[in-house]
Write a protein that binds this ligand. Structure first.
Ligand SMILES: [Zn+2]
Length: 248
């Protein structure tokens, strides 16, 4: 069967001497593995279609299951900037790997696709890549069914702060209940507001947000705790991000 889909390359690996196999997050057909013949040849007209983060229209043949074979493709947005700048490349790799690891093959992916597309567009437009990636993490938590409860204490329903964030409980504890998780993180009112904002925000609506370094550091701690505890997956691209953090 011939498929014609919009897709974003979330993984690309060499296959044989001249070919590549890419994993596409498609707008309409879930995640799809596609063999791109000749993609490793520099002069191949298909080589750019196999680059990580490329957004394009892909036409491929596929049997009932298994790998597709690219027939034709057109680039919509090459996302060259996301590959050529080291920090952007680290954040984009993280978003791509997170997507790949949390989406099943035949899952409907229309909303995921729009979120990843908006995530890459925001990074390319120069929005703070760390903030963009935290918002994307929140979307992934939400889409995986692990969105945190941030409006009221998960134990007693109290809506009056201060609160601590319990990654283990997947939400906030008020002062009375905080002893239930000794690892719960103190959160400032500002970061609590920000987390609540992110909790309900579509990636496509993200404007420019500038935050102080200490707010970003606190936000990162919170998101890390939630991602590690709720999703519990080890991502290669996160080591890369962490190493980059030490350099700057
Ligand atoms: Zn409580």
């Amino acid at each position: 069967m011939l498929y014609r889909v919009e897709g974003i390359v979330i993984r690309s690996m060499d296959y044989g001497e001249n070919n590549k196999i890419v994993t596409l997050l498609t707008k309409t057909n879930g995640k799809a593995g596609v063999l791109i013949r000749g993609a490793k040849k520099v002069k191949s007209r298909h080589s750019s279609l196999a680059q990580p983060f490329t957004y394009g229209e892909y036409q491929y043949f596929r049997g009932t299951t298994g790998l597709g074979t690219l027939n034709h493709g057109e680039i919509i947005e090459s996302h060259h900037d996301l590959r050529s700048q080291l920090d952007l490349s680290a954040y984009a790799s993280y978003a791509a790997e997170l997507t790949d690891r949390t989406i099943q093959d035949d899952e409907p992916t229309g909303f995921h696709f729009e979120q990843l597309k908006a995530c890459f567009a925001a990074m390319k437009d120069g929005k703070d890549a760390q903030i963009v990636s935290h918002l994307f993490e929140m979307r992934i938590l939400d889409l995986s069914g692990y969105a945190p409860e941030l409006d009221e204490c998960v134990n007693c329903g109290n809506r009056v702060g201060p609160f601590r964030l319990s990654a283990y409980a997947g939400g906030i504890f008020c002062t009375r209940c905080t002893s239930r998780d000794s690892a719960a993180l103190p959160i400032s009112e500002g970061v609590h507001k920000l987390l609540r904002l992110f909790r309900g925000m579509d990636m496509r609506r993200l404007g420019s947000i500038a935050l102080k370094d200490e707010t970003k550091a606190e936000l990162k701690l919170c998101m890390r705790a939630l991602m590690d505890t709720q999703l519990g997956i080890v991502l290669k691209s996160r080591n890369f991000l962490d190493q980059l953090d030490k350099l700057v």
